[in-house]
Every structure is written in C-alpha cells, then in structure tokens.
Ligand binder design. Structure first.
Ligand code: 7TS
Length: 394
C-alpha cells in the first residue's frame, strides 16, 4: 500500500546521511568520551565537529553554551525549573513568568507545577488566527517579571511568533527570555548573534535527526542550576554519559536541515500551498492562521461536522499519516487545545486535522493526499447525513 507521511511536526524521518554518519558509533567507535584511553579519545574529534555544526547552524557566539539533553522536554524543564531555583526561590518579589497559552505541554505543565510552588504565571491568549503579538506579551510584564518563555513556532498551527521583538523587549527591561524553537529549526532563520535570546530549546527528531536527543542553548552570564546532578559531563552542567552516536547525528541533522531552509521555504512551501488551496475548496473548512505567518510545512484544518479522529482513520486506511494535533495528547479523544485557545466554535476544536510536510515530501504524495482527503470528507459527510436522516425519520 502507498504510504504518505504528513505528521512531520510530531517526528521526522531520519536523514539517510545522518544514519550513515551515526553507524560507526554503534560499532567500533563505542568509547566513552570522558575516558582517558584511546577508545575515549578517538570519539572526541567527532563530538567536537558535531558541536561545531550546531554553533554554526544557530550562529551561536563561542563563549555561550549548548548543553546536550535527552529531548526538548528536558531542555524546557531545565530552563523553567532552573529559573525557579536560581531566581524565584531566592527573591520571591520577582516570581512572575509570562508565556503563551499554546506552548507545548512540557512548558505548560512545568509552569503549572511551579505555580503550585509559589510562582505567578501569566498565560497570554492567542488571537483568532492563533497569533500572539509582541504588544500583547509586553502588556503582561510587571515589576515582578523574571522570565518570558515564548515558542518560536507553534507545533499545531505552524504560526511563527514575534520572538525577535519580544526578546528585544525582554532584554531592554532586564527580563530573561527563553524560546522553545523545536518547530522553528530548519524552517525559520534562527540567528543567536542577532536575536537576544537567553535560552533556546531544540530537539533532533524534529529535523531528521534521531529521537531522544535535544539541546539547550544558554547565553553566557545566564547559567542555571542543573536539572540532573551527577558526573562532570558537559562541564558539570548536565550529568550523564554522553550519547555519542546521537549527538553526532543531531549535529549533522541540524547542519543539513538549516542548509535546506531555502528549499523548505520554496519547494516545500509550494507543495503545502498547493495542498492547502485544494483542501480550502472543500465546503465548510477552516484553515487556521495566515499562511504567510506560518512555518512553510504546516496546515491545521477544520472540516465542519467531521470528527478529527474519524478523518484520521479514513486517511490512515489509505496509508496517509496525519494527526489531530500534538501526539502528546492524541491518545485521548480530546478537543485540539490550540483550536480551543483560539476561541473558535467549540465544535471545531474536535474537527482539527494537522498536516505537516518535510523536505522528503513529494509532489505525487500531495496529489494523492488531495484526492484521498476530498473523498474521505464526501464519504464521512454522506454517512452523517444518512444518519441524521434516519434519526429524523425514525
Ligand atoms: N516543544 C514543541 C514545540 C514540540 O512541538 C514538541 C513535540 C516538544 C517540545 C517536545 O519534544 P521532545 O523532544 O521532548 O519530544 N511536539 C509534538 C507534536 O506536536 N506532536 O507530537 C509531538
């Protein structure tokens, strides 16, 4: 059966070049880089090369740190809990954190936990396009604000948030600034020399690297206490034996995906727009957010009257992988949280379907998806009108 993968905001296919680069580190090059013998020493240059790729891809100044973590969830926890321990616990007069209402659960749930422990959190709502303006974020600032955490691009809608502007406002007011850039790397230019970000989260499996490895950029002077205490790895800032193969994979994957940013914004954007234009022709559909303000690979569409899960099932039977939103919540038949936050008709939140492309998506796959999606809507609408008719007559 034909298989089409359109759930790249949940995870991506491993870049074949990355897989090749990682292979020797599962075999002969298995030394622990912190060991003093040849086995340990021989892997270090490869690690240094991978770290160099990441500094280059983010244009991160040399004195700053890139910590390796196990995932974006760990990076987000490190920043939020670190700010709590370093700043809020020591000076409760500065206990206020601002974020958006549509962050990933690894930010929202961590902040709810900190709220239970005395922090004051403002969750700034998005507008009807799923956007949060810099003015809206700035309006939430008080004398007590210590940190602003705002994702660079939203995982559900693809909306790109005004991170550069908000980071500049935070810097001017002496407030720390964190961005979860998981959905931005390889899609939106990220330049840490130009943008005054203090902390930036990323995760390899969102840009064709392996799962279970991520990173946290920390600007010099903004160091935080450890989340994981233990050995002296990563300069003592994050304990645990380094996952050598995966770090090497993440470095190359980031270099590759940032190198493909133009292709993403031309070829992939053109495929996404073609798919979106075709789906918009289906009566009673809503596509969330102005596409010029979205990452070039994402569509969040609502098809009135059709449950998102029913639609996913039909697509899946035809070999197409999509989602009703974040896979982190998709095992429950819950309303899409971002759709709910946008404040649409509550019914629409149950009809959301996310389609997310990658640089490996082909034109044939898009043609096939347009055809299957359109027929699935017709089929499901026919079933629901027969059902409604039977109910009326019966
Ligand atoms: N931050 C954002 C913005 C995300 O989209 C995700 C994963 C994470 C953090 C967590 O990353 P991890 O490395 O800890 O796994 N988002 C999704 C999604 O949208 N569908 O499935 C996973």
């Amino acid at each position: 059966m034909k298989r089409v993968y359109l759930d790249n905001n949940a995870t991506t296919k491993l870049d074949p070049l990355v897989k090749m680069k990682m292979q020797p580190f599962f075999e002969e090059l298995y030394g622990n880089p912190n060991s003093l013998h040849q086995y340990g020493m021989e892997v270090r240059p490869y690690l240094n090369e991978a770290m160099g790729y990441m500094y280059d891809a983010l244009n991160a100044p040399d004195p700053d740190d890139i910590l390796i973590t196990s995932c974006a969830t760990e990076s987000n926890n490190t920043v939020l809990k670190g700010v709590y321990f370093k700043h809020i616990l020591r000076d409760p007069s500065k206990n206020h954190i601002i974020t958006t209402a549509v962050e990933h659960p690894s930010v929202l749930e961590t902040l709810h936990f900190l709220e239970d422990n005395g922090a004051e959190i403002t969750f700034v709502d998005v507008d009807e396009n799923g956007y949060v303006s810099a003015e809206r974020m700035a309006a939430a600032i008080t004398d007590k604000t210590v940190l602003i955490s705002m994702m660079w691009a939203n995982n559900e809608t693809g909306m790109i948030f005004p991170v550069e502007e908000v980071a500049a406002i935070a810097r001017e007011k002496g407030i720390l600034f964190h961005t979860d850039a998981v959905q931005a790397i390889g899609k939106v230019p990220v330049d840490l020399t130009r943008t005054p970000v203090d902390y930036l989260t990323f995760s390899a499996h969102k840009f064709h690297g392996p799962k279970g490895i991520g990173g946290l950029y920390v600007r010099k002077g903004c160091e935080l206490p450890n989340l994981l205490h233990g050995g002296e790895q990563m300069g003592g800032k994050r304990a645990g034996t380094l996952n050598v193969a995966y770090i090497i994979g993440m470095g190359l994957a980031m270099k590759q995906s940032v190198g493909h940013i133009e292709k993403m914004n031309s070829d992939v954007r053109a495929l996404r727009d073609r798919l979106e234009d075709a789906l918009a022709l289906i009566p009673e559909t809503i596509i969330v957010g102005d596409r010029a303000r979205r990452t070039p690979n994402t569509i969040l569409i609502s098809v009135r009257g059709i449950e998102g899960e029913a639609m996913l099932w039909d697509l899946n039977r035809a070999g197409i992988a999509a989602s009703t939103g974040s896979a982190c919540a998709s095992e429950s038949l819950e309303a899409n949280p971002v759709m709910s936050a946008i404040g649409e008709d509550p019914e629409l939140a149950h009809t959301a379907i996310r389609l997310s492309l990658s640089r490996f998506t082909t034109s044939d796959e898009i043609d096939y998806t347009i055809d299957v999606f359109t027929r699935a809507v017709e089929r499901l609408r026919a079933i629901s009108s027969t059902y409604a008719y039977t109910n009326e007559v019966g």
